[in-house]
Design a protein around this ligand. Structure first.
Ligand SMILES: Nc1ncnc2c1ncn2[C@@H]1O[C@H](COP(=O)(O)OP(=O)(O)OP(=O)(O)O)[C@@H](O)[C@H]1O
Ligand SMILES: [Mg+2]
Length: 258
């Protein structure tokens, strides 16, 4: 007898987002299983960042349904769009932090303060426990000796690893990455990719927007091609990169290989 299929960690149905008259997400369907590494690829302006930001409610969607770890964050009832109370959204967001292209660290706080801020302020956990855990996490991302530095004293790659440490300090269920290496000098990319790879190997659930196609091919369990505000094609990396079906994906793949 086979075990019942586990419920996905993230279930997204018919997700829409408009800015004024412009529909940026036009009905996204996406499931993310626990422990899965999902890559979102696609042309500029296709809606990848907006989708990430709607998943954890940094942006409020305009319609559709998001269920996170069995809890419904938003849904539609007839024509009415409802979302969970702010407290529920804040707690959900803390469990699915985002790592940004430009790091978004607090410039006037040390590395350690950057990492402990969320657990202390948002999660209201005890300082001694939070600081001990933060130091262990900094060691894990190779920054044990940088705890008292300020962001301006770090390389781009180190800053991004602080941002990853900050996400880990939230004891996340899922980490969202929006082009985590695209602002880095080429020689700093590998260190950040190694850190992300280690998270994947430890079983962390990751949703990654990236233009690092080699990295996507090696690490992804699933790749989704986002274009024109919806997911146009999905599959294993081999399927998406070696046997694209839609004309749009074919031309995207040939443009990035060119
Ligand atoms: N705050 C906003 N107000 C109005 N339009 C927006 C806003 N944010 C995004 N958009 C529009 O939504 C569309 C999708 O943007 P988004 O940033 O999600 O694309 P993307 O796939 O992440 O692109 P890129 O690869 O360049 O980062 C774009 O046309 C963009 O101009
Ligand atoms: Mg983007």
């Amino acid at each position: 007898m086979s075990a019942p299929a586990a419920r996905p960690l993230v279930e997204i149905r018919g997700l829409r987002k408009s800015y004024g008259q412009t529909e940026v997400l036009a009905g996204v369907e996406l499931m993310v299983a626990k422990g899965e590494v999902t890559f979102l690829i696609g042309p500029s302006g296709g809606g990848k960042s907006t989708l990430l930001r709607c998943i954890n409610f940094l942006e409020t969607p305009s319609g559709g349904e998001i269920i996170f770890d069995g809890e419904r964050l938003c849904h539609e009832d007839g024509n009415l769009f409802h979302h969970a109370p702010e407290r529920v959204l804040r707690e959900a967001r803390a469990r699915m932090p985002m790592v940004f292209q430009h790091f978004n660290l607090f410039a006037h706080r040390t590395v350690l303060q950057n990492v402990t801020e969320g657990p202390l302020v948002v999660q209201k956990r005890p300082r001694a426990e939070v600081e001990a855990e933060a130091l262990a996490i900094l060691a894990r991302v190779g920054l044990a000796d940088r705890a008292s530095f300020y962001p301006a004293q770090l390389s781009g790659g180190q800053k991004q690893r602080v941002a990853i440490a900050r996400a880990l300090a939230m004891r996340p269920s899922l980490i969202l990455f929006d082009e985590p290496t695209s602002a880095l000098d080429p020689e700093l990319v590998a260190g950040v990719l190694d850190t992300i790879r280690a998270l994947a190997e430890e079983g962390m659930t990751l949703v990654v927007v990236s233009h690092e196609m080699k990295f996507a091919r090696h690490l992804a369990d699933k790749v989704h091609f986002v274009a024109g505000g919806h997911i146009e094609e999905s599959g294993t990396p081999d399927r998406i990169f070696d046997a694209p079906e839609s004309e749009r994906l074919k031309s995207f793949i040939s443009s990035i290989l060119a």
